[in-house]
Design a protein around this ligand. Structure first.
Ligand code: PGA
Length: 257
């Protein structure tokens, strides 16, 4: 039997603290109604930094985990504006998204920095969800494989086999993020399998334990086709995760797989 799928909400720069709490309370209520209906997917919600502590308090006892959307290197120190993994974990998060394409694009994060951040996350026992994927031009030119060689290669160079056993990779084609366009499920599956092969080439069977998510315009309508693919273990959802109803609808799809 396959493990429970993983459903991760990436709220990006959305929701005030009050809105975050309200989402959490409503989600808890809806999940209570579903109790006993079947195994739900594993769920992680990634709010803004100010939302971490209030959401983690609201989710206590629900089985829903909380994650951050980024971390900075180090623990504490003279780093104005930075938030370390240590502080994130202390604020009640167990997960962290690393190297999202928006971080790479707007904040200049390089493959090497992303790999460093993944290692830093593991140091404080946060589970990293590291994002990879090609942009529109690279996709058109058929360069997805080369992009993944570079992005996964940087991770392989930095991380030990043991670190991979606690890692989630999200394949997010940049041209599918927020656009309503998606690759075919078969194509996403082939790419996910290719990511696992790259890890297997270096670390053997450890690769089988790495969960690989698909992300990019996932919605209640299309999530099932991605989840049914053999190499895809879950979804990283942006826009559609901002509504409790859509989030619960996606969780229910996971329950019926
Ligand atoms: P989207 O975002 O679901 O709104 O396309 C996904 C993501 O950026 O993680």
């Amino acid at each position: 039997m396959r493990p429970r799928p993983l459903l991760v909400a990436n709220w990006k720069m959305h929701k005030t603290v009050e809105e975050t709490r309200a989402f959490g309370r409503e989600l808890a209520r809806r999940l209570e109604e579903l109790a006993g209906a079947g195994p739900l997917p594993e769920m992680v919600v990634c709010p803004t930094f100010p939302g971490l502590w209030p959401l983690s308090r609201t989710m206590v006892g629900t089985g829903v985990a909380v994650g951050a959307q980024n971390l900075d290197l180090g623990r504490e120190g003279a780093m104005t504006g930075a938030v370390s993994g240590y502080l994130i974990a202390e604020a009640g998060a167990a997960w962290v998204i690393v190297g999202h394409s928006e971080r790479r694009q707007h904040f200049g994060e390089t493959d090497a920095l992303v790999a460093e951040k993944v290692a830093a996350a593991r140091d404080v026992r946060l589970t990293p969800i590291v994002c990879v994927g090609e942009n529109e031009d690279e996709y058109r030119r058929g360069e997805t494989g080369a992009v993944l060689d570079r992005q996964i290669g940087a991770l392989l160079d930095r991380l030990s086999g043991e670190m991979w056993s606690e890692l989630v990779v999200a394949y997010e084609p940049i041209w599918a993020i927020g656009t309503g366009r998606v690759p075919s499920p078969e194509e996403a599956d082939r790419t996910a399998a290719g990511i696992r092969d790259r890890i297997r080439d270096r670390h053997g069977a450890v690769a089988d334990g790495v969960r690989i998510l698909y992300g990019g315009s996932v919605s209640p309508k299309n999530i099932e086709q991605f989840w049914r693919q053999p190499a895809i273990d879950g979804a990283l959802v942006g826009g559609a995760s901002l509504s409790v109803s859509d989030f619960v609808a996606m969780a229910m799809v996971g329950m019926n797989l």
